[in-house]
Design a protein around this ligand. Sequence first.
Ligand code: GLN
Length: 485
Amino acid sequence: MSDSQNGSARGPLVEHSIQSIREGLIAKEFTAAELAEQALAFAEAENPKTNAYLTLSPQRAQAAAREVDRKIAAGADPGALAGVPIAIKDVILTRGVRTTCGSRMLEHYMPPYDATAVERIERAGGIIIGKTNCDEFAMGSSNENSAFGPVRNPVALDRVPGGSSGGSAAAVAQGTALLALGSDTGGSVRQPASFCGVTGVTPTYGRVSRYGLTAFASSLDHIGPFARSVRDAAILLRAIAGRDPCDATSAFAPVPEYPAALTGDIRGIKIGLPTEYFAQLPGETGDLIHRAVDVLKSLGCEVREVSLPHTEYAIATYYIIATAEASSNLARYDGVRYTTRANAETLSGMYRETRGAGFGAECKRRIMLGTYVLSAGYYDAYYLKAQQVRSLISRDFAHAFAEVDAIAAPVSPFPAFKIGEKVDDPVAMYLSDIFTITGDLAGIPCMSVPCGKTAGGLPVGLQILTRHFDETTMFRVAHAYEIAS
Ligand code: GLN
C-alpha cells in the first residue's frame, strides 16, 4: 500500500481527479478493484491519525469495483463516477453497512435499504469505501459530539475539522477518499470544508433526495458533496441530484450538465457582498475573503454591496426551528425500533432508560429545547415567530438576487479552532454558524471553496450563494476563482 502511495502508476489519490481515474481505468493503467484496495488500505492506515471513519466497507467497495471493471472490459460506459473512492457520512443509510449517526443509540444499526444518493453513486460507478464520523445526529460544529470520539483535522491534528460532517471533510482532505457525501442543516458541509481546505456544496433544498438521510431538521436538511476541486463536486452533484419518488420534497427541476458550464469565463457576473457579514469579519479571515473578492473583480465580475438586514436573527431562528423539528424526528428512537433496548420494569421506564443511555448531552439539550418551543402556550411566541422570521430572511435573499447573480461571503468567522476550546460553551459553538445558517433557512444553493490559509497554515473558505436551483452560476464562479487563485 505505502508503495503505491509513494509513486506507483496509480499515484496517491490526492493527485487524482474523477477524470484522471476514468482515463487510467480506460487505458488499463490500473483496475477499479486495485484502486479500491489501495484506497481501503490507505484509509485504514491513516485512520488512527484522524478518526475520520467509523466503518470501512471493503466487501461493498470490492463488489462495486468488480462491476466497473466488468463494464470496462465489456466496452460499456462505466459511469460518471467510475472507480472513484467515495466516503459517506454516517447519517446516510447504506444497506448492510452499519450506520450509527455518531450515536450510541444506533451503535449496531444495520440499515435495510440504501439512501437514494448512495444508490445513484453506485449506479454511476462510484466506490463506497466507508462511513465517516460525525456529530451525533449531525448536531454540532466541531465533530466533538460524536459518541465515537472526535475527528482531528488532518491539516492540524490538535484542531477540530469542523462539523457536523467533519469525518467526510477530513477524509477528502487526507486523501483517503477522493469524494465524500455530507449533510448540511445549518452549515455542516460548508464549515468543515472551509476548516479542512476542501470544496463543500450545499445544493438547493430539494435538489438531492433526502430518502435515506437520517432526519435531523427535515425542512433544513440537505445532502451535499465534498471534493478536492469544484469540477469534481459538480460531477458528484450531477450524479446524485434530481427528482426521487421516495422523497416528496425532491424537486422535478431538470438537472443541468454542471461540468460543461465550467469555462472559467465569468465576465459580467454581478456579485453582492452582504454588508452585515463583512461588518463582523475580523482579522486574517477577513483579509483572505477580501483578497478573494479582488480576484473575482479581476476576472471581470461586477462587485457591489447588498444588504441582508435580518441576518442578526438567523441563529435564534435556526435554533428554534431546528430543535423543534429535531425533537419530533428523534422521538422515533425509543427502544422499540432501530435501537438497542434498555432493560426496565415498565414501558415508560424502558423509554426513559433507552433514551437516557442512548443520546449524548447535545441531543438531549436539543430535544428539551425543541419540546419547549413547541409546547402549548409557547408555540406562537417561539415556533410561529421563528417561521415568520425565516420568511423575512428568505426575502432578504430574494431582494439581493434582484440586483446580483451571486453573493460572496465568508463561511465561518474564524478558522479551525482547538479541540476542546468551545465544548463547554454551546452558545459560542452555535455562533460558528452565523454565515452558513441563512443559506439553509432560505433553501438556496451555497458552497465553500478554499481561498487560502492563515499565517498559521489554517485553511479558510470563501462562500458563494446563488438563486434557488442556480447551482450552475455558483459552480461557474467558484471554478473560475479556483483556477485563477
Ligand atoms: N452546527 C449546526 C448545528 O449544530 C449545523 C449542523 C448541521 O448543519 N447539521 O445544528
